[in-house]
Design a protein around this ligand. Structure first.
Ligand code: NI
Ligand code: MN
Length: 230
């Protein structure tokens, strides 16, 4: 059984039953709601996964990779940037629609409708297509939607997801009502909202998401530092 810990915005840590440590979208430095800093990961990290290149997802990536030499798993363009500009070679490029079996489980990148800029020094020549991440760890299928609009492509995930992590903060991503419609399409067992409350601009009441989801899924609201056993 794996443990999923929320660290604010879109950042999750997953520790598998065998102790493999996975980090998604580390935005800790400069995140007013993060419960830990990058030093929480610099002693040991095995894999770092990114949905896209925006600053509130990629922020601490380079410091953590330099300290741990964890394997970066991201789109081809972000991996190219990591190797060519940041000098980080332990990386696995993927792209939307493709899946790969890693020692800890399967990762598939899914469609996300969002912006492609990479917020990192010297990244002007690189742009990418944002992704969602569908990963299977210890038999549980977790969908991290990344930053995205509501899209009918989510219907393709119906029957494929046990735990869905979806943005609800509006303005940059789905708001709570659209996120609830996404859950209606996906029909996961558990729905976890994220990407809200970090700043005033995305400060929405998650009760709107809970109301919208209704009986379709169990909504679990994680505060930064709280964990869910998968
Ligand atoms: Ni973004
Ligand atoms: Mn974001």
């Amino acid at each position: 059984m794996a443990r999923l810990t929320f660290h604010g915005q879109s950042c999750y840590e997953i520790e598998t039953a065998d102790g493999t440590r996975i980090l998604i979208d580390p935005f800790l430095t400069g995140n007013p709601v993060a419960d830990v800093g990058p030093e929480h990961f610099t002693d040991r990290l095995d894999y770092l996964l990114l949905t896209h290149g925006h600053g509130d997802h990629i922020a601490d990536t380079w410091d953590i990779l330099e300290a741990t030499n964890a394997m970066l798993i991201a789109t081809y363009e972000i991996v190219s940037y990591a190797g060519e500009v940041q000098g980080h070679q332990n990386a696995h490029p993927m792209h939307i629609g493709g899946a790969h079996e890693f020692p800890f489980g399967r990762v598939k990148l899914t469609v996300a409708i969002h912006g492609g800029k990479i917020d990192a020094p010297g990244a002007e020549a690189y742009t990418t297509t944002p992704a969602g991440i569908l990963l299977t760890v210890d038999g549980t299928r977790v969908y991290h939607a990344g930053d995205t609009a509501l899209t009918r492509d989510m219907e393709l995930l119906n029957g494929e997801v046990d735990v869905a992590l979806v943005p609800i903060g509006d303005n940059f991503t789905m708001g709570p009502e659209d996120a609830a419609r996404a859950i209606g399409m996906i029909e996961p067992r558990i729905a976890v909202p994220n990407h809200y409350g970090t700043w005033e601009l995305i400060d929405v009441d998650p009760a709107r998401f809970v109301d919208g989801v209704g009986d379709v899924a169990e909504v679990v609201i994680l505060a930064p530092g709280e964990a869910l056993e998968l």
